[in-house]
Write a protein that binds this ligand. Structure first.
Ligand code: DON
Length: 304
């Protein structure tokens, strides 16, 4: 496959497309981003990398972090995790409260806010220094020690995150939060505030494309079964109430964030990260989705 040629074609196509949508403004700090940024980084399992645009620029990864915390929790807590969070698509917005009441405070999946807050609660119960431990894990799988939290984003979300406060206290009332809610939210807001580039994201997600192996090594970090499960949940739940649309258009497991990033993986072929801050009305990057759709069209490589 001539990836270099494909990436050049993709860059040309993207440059002709309108940048539609709106930058997330419900976390005030996120509004400061230049809306016209665009970057893409493709990292192949065979070790080759291809990129264009603002692919080395740092941005707020937001919900893309939910895959890291799920993978860590799955590794540490094992299958007991699934007693506290389900694996079904929600068909609802990422910050929706409605299903929790009828479903005993068990979130539909680990990638909606409620589900990721439960995962944060689980990690708080088992990790000595949750923020440091998560950061070290992300640095290790990204092969980049410079990765850091953006405290301004975390504090900005803390100051305005009433919806997440409602979600956690509601789940606490139903017995599905074990730690102090303020401490859990503090960890959750920090995980969402991780600042990373497309290159760092694609490198870190290669672990899910390469059967759980640390990029460029034979070191098995996750077993096959964990990788299968995490990729499956990305496929069915990675884009909230647009998971079906993403699957239909792109045909890869992936995860988005309201900072405008999307990461997707093709098992045993590649991981790819794209960033364009303008979001559609479901909270997913408009041009990012389009770029990944074009990528799987041009390569003929989707999982289907
Ligand atoms: O909790 C929140 O609302 C944000 N920290 C994360 C939301 C997010 O990225 C969901 N995205 N599509």
């Amino acid at each position: 496959m001539d990836y270099q040629h494909i990436i050049e074609k993709l860059e040309h196509k993207i440059s002709k497309l309108p940048k539609t949508g709106k930058v997330a403004n419900y976390i005030p700090e996120l509004q400061k981003v230049n809306p016209d940024k665009f970057g893409l980084h493709l990292s192949c399992v065979d070790g080759k990398d291809y990129a264009f645009g603002d692919s080395n620029e740092l941005f707020s990864i937001q919900s893309i972090s939910k895959v890291y915390t799920l993978a860590l929790a799955k590794e540490i807590v094992g299958d007991d995790l699934w007693k506290r969070v389900n694996v079904e698509p929600s068909g609802n917005a990422y910050n929706s409260l409605t299903q929790l009441e009828n479903e005993n405070g068990i979130p539909r999946n680990p990638f909606i806010n409620a589900g990721s807050i439960v995962v944060a609660d689980l990690l708080l119960s088992v990790l000595e220094n949750p923020k440091d431990d998560l950061l070290n894990f992300v640095r290790k799988i990204s092969k980049d020690e410079s990765i850091a939290y953006d405290e301004r984003v975390a504090e900005s979300e803390k100051a305005t995150g009433s919806r997440n406060v409602a979600l956690i206290y509601y789940m606490k009332s139903l017995g599905n939060i074990k730690n102090n809610p303020e401490a859990v939210l503090d960890f959750y807001f920090y995980q969402c505030s991780l600042n990373m580039s497309c290159k760092q994201l694609a490198t870190s997600y290669k672990i899910f494309a390469d059967d759980g192996k640390l990029s460029g090594t034979n070191h098995q970090v996750f077993n096959n079964q964990s990788v299968k499960r995490i990729n499956s949940i990305m496929q069915t739940c990675g884009f909230y109430d647009e998971a079906g649309e993403f699957s239909y258009r792109v045909g890869l497991p992936g995860k988005s964030g309201v900072g405008g990033g999307i990461v997707a993986v093709h098992p045993r072929q590649f991981s790819v990260a794209v960033w364009s801050p303008k979001l559609n009305d479901k909270g997913n990057s408009s041009l990012g989705m389009k770029a990944l759709e074009e990528l799987t069209n041009l390569t003929g490589l989707s999982i289907f």
